[in-house]
Design a binder for this molecule. Structure first.
Ligand code: HEM
Length: 400
């Protein structure tokens, strides 16, 4: 039966039916779905019904199989809540086939060992500078407003060539664009604003970093201006939004696992393992963005019909006991190295080397500088921001 025809009672609502577990842990309902409804019909805030995929093997299957397309640039395409970044023409994220490969090759040329090293040095510099300011003010801070958010804002400024004011303006639009509880009008207007900013960045003389790579390729005719602008719009989100939650919630989770934090301090070679585990344990968002079936496909005895939307949950996949022993345990020493938090297949995250390097660098600096760092509230009092796509604390009060 097509997902659209299923009775209302069989369809779960995102995000209402997916409340998180305690301390920012995975929504408990995902375990039930993995075991009993590995292909589960869900209704998104947009009203669109999709098939939600939760098992590790199935998530990878969908991400690799060309029958499931990320090209959602057409009227009535499956959407989360409205015309968000998946509706933008020319964005790498929304392309498939040879056009996707062509634009991805251009962008991929930026992600060299050298640029990763540069991001590392930049992240170190900003982390030290922000900690200088924090320490000069006393011995307590809110690590969201005083540290993670400004740090990522500065980093994004450097690699996208935008000022802090532009970043603040942009961040507010990204929040509205990805607000699962936002109105369609609000989401569409945020998307239009971000596309307009992306256009200005591409056309700006002396563009730097990632934008320069795209602008140059557009000038040479390797990609179109629309592709440069669409992909810059995607990067405005990518460079900023997925980094703040693992940074913030990662600090909190490490503080709550003092023995493992002590292991990292004793042996800094463990930081990459700690980052990998933070990314597995918390993963970003209940789900990823949707795909559409280009042909009929069958999975677990159910048919996904051509034209229906499919949505993966890398969060659920990263907690699949078929792949990870005791997945609900935070363990930086775990043996399994399998990962799905950066996606898989043709759209595999281009920041998958860079993001962990940034996180490991920042954790190292923070925990070395503030050796006695601890939460200054009960962990249960740390609040999750409402509506946002990625689960992130609104504030993280600490002392040292
Ligand atoms: C911890 C942080 C991050 C996480 C967890 C993450 C996760 C992901 C995931 C799951 C996808 C694939 C989505 C799908 O197939 O539906 C993706 C795609 C992508 N990511 Fe990341 N990402 C992170 C940071 C970054 C950063 C810092 C950058 C850039 C500097 C970046 C650039 C990209 C790009 C360009 C794509 C689209 C690739 C394509 O469509 O071919 N990501 N990311």
């Amino acid at each position: 039966m097509a997902v659209i025809d299923l009775p209302e009672a069989d369809v779960l609502k995102v995000p209402q039916d997916f409340p998180p577990g305690p301390l920012f842990t995975v929504p408990p309902v995902l375990a039930e779905l993995r075991d009993h409804r590995p292909l589960c019909p869900v209704q998104m805030p947009s009203g669109t019904r999709l098939w939600l995929v939760t098992r590790y093997a199935d998530v990878r299957f969908v991400m690799h199989d060309p029958r499931f397309s990320r090209d959602l640039v057409f009227p009535e395409a499956p959407r989360m809540a409205g015309d968000d970044l998946t509706s933008v023409d020319g964005s790498l994220f929304n392309m498939e086939g040879p056009d996707h490969t062509r634009v991805r090759t251009v962008l991929g040329s930026y992600f060299t060992r050298r640029s990763v090293d540069e991001w590392k040095v930049t992240a170190q510099r900003h982390a030290h500078d922000l900690l200088d300011r924090i320490e000069a003010r006393g011995s307590d801070a809110d690590l969201v407003s005083d540290f993670s958010e400004p740090l990522v804002a500065r980093l994004a400024g450097d690699v996208m060539g935008i000022s802090l004011d532009e970043h603040a303006w942009m961040r507010e639009r990204i929040r509205r664009q990805l607000d699962l509880l936002g109105s369609r009008r609000q989401i569409a207007s945020a998307t239009a604003d971000l596309s307009e900013l992306a256009g200005r960045l591409v056309d700006r003389a002396g563009a730097s970093g990632l934008v320069a790579t795209l602008a140059r390729a557009a000038g040479e005719g390797t990609i179109t201006r629309q592709e440069a602008v669409g992909t810059t719009g995607l990067l405005l989100m990518n460079v900023t939004d997925p980094l703040v939650p693992p940074l913030t919630v990662g600090i909190m989770t490490l503080l709550l696992h003092a023995d493992q934090l002590a292991d990292c301090k004793r042996d800094p070679g463990l930081w990459p393992e700690a980052v990998r585990e933070v990314l597995r344990y918390h993963n970003n968002g209940i789900t990823n963005f949707p795909r559409v079936a280009l042909e009929d496909a069958e999975r677990h005895g159910l048919q996904i019909s051509k034209g229906e939307g499919v949505i993966t949950s890398t969060l659920a996949a990263a907690h699949d006991p078929r792949e990870f022993t005791d997945p609900e345990v935070f363990d930086i020493h775990r043996a399994e190295k399998g990962s799905v938090f950066f996606g898989a297949g043709p759209h595999f995250c281009l920041g998958s080397v860079l993001a962990p390097v940034v996180l490991a660098t920042v954790f190292t600096v923070l925990f070395e500088r503030l050796a006695g760092l601890r939460l200054s509230v009960e962990p249960e009092q740390v609040q999750k921001a409402d509506g946002g796509f990625f689960a992130c604390p609104t504030s993280l009060p600490v002392t040292w």
